[in-house]
Design a protein. Structure first.
Lengths: 292, 291
């Protein structure tokens, strides 16, 4: 399909990892999803398969395209199975030591020419790249959730990333249909850098009695035409996830606007995590997530 | 309860024209006050152009357009405002100009006529303090373009009577808009949230985080916003945003409202956004640069 069929190893079988594996296989590459236990691999592959089947039933892909993507999708728990990878994309838990250690191990598994992509949203690409003996091959490629549907990928070079690695990474991302933006390796890149203080400011406005959950959402949608209000979005993201992202940015930037406001902790303590819990700023009849 | 059947709009610029159109479309008679015939002609031309576009797109009919235009009249003599139930002021964003004009209007209209301002940057409480019977004064803050944007902030000054707010909320609903009642704080609600975000983007853009195009593309694709923040600033007017955030900063001394230096520099250079042909996105060589 594509002029150059690559072998793409995706590390981490969670939502992001499975979405990225779908993106790679659908884009005409061989995708290997790797996680540490069989159950996690199976779950990731099941999610990938049900997404591709659904795409075919919705007419987004032909049955042949879906079958071809599925045939190019495999899973493993064994790192040595990804030895032939041209591109390694890590989408594991947002933990700097874990990511560094993973890249260090991979140095001895894959070829010197393989690209290392980190899907970190809040950690430094330079810091993660320091785990590899060859930091020039490490590029930050931040996908949006759900990765198989959202076109945007933020691309960030670490201090030692080679321009050759960046160029090849942009070509790869183009081959799988992504739109890329280039950003400096700074906390939150573009999206989270601006979204997190915006959301925190909306929460503080609520705490300050400047409006209600409903009136602030209505004001933002009605005046700025955002697709959803800040509290609807926070419920989709999850209050626990918002807190984690906020906190990691605050720890790096030390600016108060990145610090999660007290209401976030109270909501987490009460179990009001958002849509997935059936209750956040709003209450929901169904905890099923949408868009999947 | 007052339904405000005869409405005066002060100023026939972009906002005044849009507000006059919205009010006339609700079946009310609107009289617009301007300073000269040339500005009146321009105001009518803008409203007509907007309505023509609606007809062209099949959103309304020629008969609707003509009916809306017929309900709008325009005058240059303030005495012609006698008998209106509601005044909506939408002149230039200067406290002295607004106070002088509203005081003259207050002398002509009835004691119970509700006076409102479409200010986004000035304190409604402060404007009301300069007028007789300040309890009838409130803010009615529309968003640009007024005929399209659903939200209207109904701003309660310290002096505003509760009944005035209730009547204005019903009025906005009757216009088919979505009212939100807010306190008279710098930026009210929407701009209070929007200005720090825009300032943050401008500063990080100046700090070379990414190109203007990439900042906007990231926000549009990642968050689904219709406009990226830098295109939004070009639309708002860089001078308008600079003035608004500076006013909020002066009123609060809160650093998140402090205008980033790049804003003042762009204003000094005449880079005001769409209206001047050059801004963050518009008229720059960066645009369309391939990668």
């Amino acid at each position: 399909m594509t002029p150059n069929k690559l072998t793409v190893a995706v590390l981490g079988g969670g939502t992001m990892g499975a979405g990225i594996a779908v993106t790679a296989a659908r884009g005409g590459h061989r995708a290997i999803l790797r996680d540490i236990d069989d159950e996690a691999v199976r779950r990731g592959l099941d999610n990938a398969e049900s997404f591709l089947r659904k795409s075919a039933s919705l007419g987004k892909l032909t049955a042949e395209q879906a079958d071809a993507a599925l045939a190019d999708l495999s899973g493993t728990t064994d790192l040595s199975d990804i030895a032939a990878a041209d591109v390694v994309i890590e989408a594991v838990f947002e933990d700097l030591e874990l990511k560094k250690q993973l890249f260090a191990e991979l140095d001895d598994v894959v070829s010197r020419d393989a690209l290392f992509h980190t899907n970190t949203s809040t950690l430094s690409v330079t810091s993660i790249a320091a785990g590899s003996r060859y930091p020039e091959r490490v590029v930050g490629t931040h996908y949006c959730n759900p990765a198989q549907l959202m076109k945007l990928v933020e691309v960030a070079e670490g201090r030692h990333t080679s321009s050759e690695a960046t160029k090849r990474s942009l070509e790869f991302l183009e081959s799988v249909g992504k739109t890329t933006v280039i950003t400096k390796d700074r906390p939150g890149f573009i999206l989270n850098r601006f979204l997190i203080p915006w959301e925190n400011n909306c929460i503080r406005a609520l705490e300050a009695g400047m409006g209600t959950v409903e009136s602030i959402d209505r004001a933002v949608v009605g005046a700025l035409r955002h697709p959803m209000g800040p509290f609807q979005l926070l419920d989709v993201v999850g209050l626990d996830v918002h807190k984690a992202v906020s906190t990691r940015l605050y720890e790096q930037l030390h600016e108060p606007r990145f610090a999660p406001p007290p209401l976030v902790d109270r909501m987490i303590a009460a179990g009001d995590l958002g849509r997935k819990a059936g209750r956040g700023f709003y209450t929901y009849d169904s905890t099923k997530s949408f868009g999947a | 309860m007052r339904t405000f059947q005869r409405v005066a709009v002060l100023g026939f610029g972009t906002m005044g024209g849009g507000i006059a159109q919205v009010v006339a479309a609700s079946g009310r008679d609107v009289v617009v006050l301007e300073t000269n015939q040339e500005r009146i002609d321009r105001g009518f031309a803008t409203v007509r152009g907007f309505l023509d576009e609606g007809v062209r797109r099949g959103k309304s009919t020629e008969a609707d357009r003509d009916a809306v235009l017929e309900r709008i009249s325009a005058i240059t003599d303030v005495a012609g405002l006698a008998g209106v139930d509601l005044v909506i002021e939408a002149v230039t964003e200067r406290q002295d100009v607004k106070v002088e004009l509203l005081a003259r209007v207050a002398e002509v209209v009835g004691e119970d006529t509700v006076l409102t301002t479409n200010t986004s940057a000035l304190s409604v409480t402060d404007l009301a303090a300069h007028l007789p019977r300040p309890g009838r004064m409130a803010g009615l803050h529309y968003f640009n373009p007024a005929p399209l944007m659903e939200l209207v902030e109904v701003v309660r000054a310290l002096q505003t009577d509760a009944a005035v707010i209730a009547d204005l909320v019903s009025f906005v609903e009757d216009l088919g808009k979505s009212p939100v009642e807010v306190k008279d704080r710098p930026g009210f609600l929407v701009n209070r949230l929007l200005m720090p975000y825009l300032n943050d983007v401008v500063q990080e853009y100046d700090n070379d985080l990414a190109t203007a195009d990439d900042v906007d593309v990231a926000i549009q694709l990642g968050l689904g916003y219709k406009l990226g923040p830098l295109a939004l600033l070009d639309l708002i007017g860089i001078d308008v945003h600079q003035h608004a955030t500076e006013s909020a900063y002066e009123a609060t001394l809160d650093p998140q409202f402090a205008p980033p230096p790049l804003l003042s520099q762009m204003v000094a250079a005449g880079y005001l956004g769409n209206k001047s042909g050059r801004g963050f996105r518009v008229g720059t060589t960066e645009q369309g640069e391939g990668r």
